[in-house]
Write a protein that binds this ligand. Structure first.
Ligand SMILES: [Zn+2]
Ligand SMILES: [Zn+2]
Length: 421
């Protein structure tokens, strides 16, 4: 039984489940595939790190970039704590009130039809996310890393799910929510493993499937990569709708205008502010609106998607096909302001400890008092030796004072919580 669920979890990562084992009558019975995938995410990331190191002699993940990606992954799941996935809530509403037919939930035909339908809708979700600036403001998070490894896959947007649900609604006219709930998760999970440079070419599979090779192009900022390869599981949509590009010159990853920041909220939200400022530079309402509704590269007088030739270029030397003159590539390697890897690791550990402790408190676990006290001791030690300075500059006033005050408040509130439970 135990082996079964591990095997199912592993196969779910690669869309290798049969309709039989992944069709459910009720939405409540659908497994939380994405949530259950965490150990596989970690396992595959470690595997990529080891294989990458053996292959190239260097780590394929850098701590600062990897942690920014993982943090984005974590915060992007937070809205789900407050509400059921936007996609599913809206979907169920349409299904309950407006469905035209009811495809049988226990038929393999329904399962395969839903697979195709979800993947087709995903293509359009994704294409709109690149071609409409206000949607790009959400999706650019996923493209903000200048590296391409499995951690990049987890760099997800907090705001994107609030708009993407619209694109799936037509399916609710016929497909039961329980089957949709399976495929919306499997579609997302499939896209994890394709974020790697270690798999170069998969032969004939490259014809129909979205593969690491195709998705590398999607993450590139070389001119030939812009607005290409939107597919989720299948690449056929790009071939059909004219957005396919074959991997050619070495791909340089990241945004055309790199953000050069690792702060999670900035990474998530900066582009909204940028669009607002951009729109204010125009006088006419039509130009102001176009700033949000046309492509991110749009300027007045240009076609809807703007002219990508106006953007900064990635230069290639043809001999060894290595990029040479891209702008501040891997900026974290050159930026002296960036903290040492060890400090970042320590701080991340502390933030994780804080979040875990918070979870314990909310769950009202008996051991939460002990964990919170432990966190307090860790924080005092960090403050004492000035390690908290980069984490919260406001705390960097005389350390003993702030340590005592902060922990004093903690201990008072902890006593309250313990006496309440
Ligand atoms: Zn994209
Ligand atoms: Zn991606």
């Amino acid at each position: 039984m135990e082996y079964d669920s591990v095997s199912r979890g592993a196969r779910a990562m690669f869309f290798m489940l049969t309709p039989n084992e992944s069709s459910f009558e009720k939405v409540e019975d659908v497994p939380q595939y994405v949530q259950q995938a965490t150990p596989f995410f970690v396992g595959l990331m470690v595997l990529e790190l080891v294989v990458g190191f053996l292959k190239t002699g260097a780590p394929v993940i850098t701590i600062s970039d990897g942690i920014t990606s993982l943090s984005a992954g974590m915060v992007s799941r937070l809205p789900l704590l407050l509400m059921r996935g936007c996609e599913l809530s809206a979907y169920m509403h349409v299904w309950n009130h407006y469905r035209l037919v009811e495809l049988p939930w226990d038929s393999a035909w329904t399962w395969w039809f839903t697979f195709l339908g979800v993947d087709f809708c995903y293509y359009w979700v994704h294409r709109f996310a690149h071609e409409v600036a206000v949607l790009w403001a959400a999706h650019q998070v996923h493209h903000s890393s200048e590296y391409y490894n499995l951690t990049t896959a987890l760099r997800q947007s907090v705001t994107q799910p609030f708009t993407s649900w619209v694109f799936y609604l037509p399916m609710a006219l016929a497909v039961p929510p329980s089957i949709f709930a399976v495929h919306i998760q499997l579609n997302l999970l499939y896209q994890f493993w394709i974020h790697t440079e270690l798999i170069r070419d998969l032969g004939p599979l490259e014809w129909i499937l979205n593969t690491p090779k195709h998705h590398r192009v999607h993450h590139g900022r070389n001119l030939y990569c812009i607005d290409k390869n939107y597919g989720g599981i299948l690449i056929i949509w790009d071939r059909l709708f004219g957005t396919f590009a074959q991997e050619a010159d070495k791909v340089v990853y990241g945004l055309v205008f790199p953000i050069k920041r690792f702060e999670i909220l900035y990474v998530q939200l900066h582009y909204y502010l940028y669009l607002w400022k951009k729109s204010k530079t125009y006088k006419t309402i039509s130009n102001k609106l176009s700033t949000f509704l046309n492509g991110p590269s749009w300027k007045p007088g240009k076609r809807r998607l703007g002219d990508h030739n106006d953007n900064p270029k990635v230069c290639i030397i043809s001999k060894d096909k290595m990029p040479t003159c891209f702008i501040s590539h891997h900026f974290d390697r050159h930026n002296t302001q960036i903290l040492s890897q060890l400090t970042i690791l320590g701080m991340t550990g502390y933030v994780l400890l804080t979040l875990t402790s918070l979870g314990f408190l909310i769950d009202q676990r008996p051991s939460s008092a002990v964990l919170e006290l432990f966190r307090c001791v860790v924080m005092m030690t960090l403050l004492r030796y000035n390690y908290m300075k980069p984490l919260a500059p406001s705390l960097a006033v005389p350390t003993e004072v702030s340590a005592t005050v902060v922990c004093g408040v903690e201990i008072v509130s902890m006593t309250k919580i313990v006496s309440m439970t």
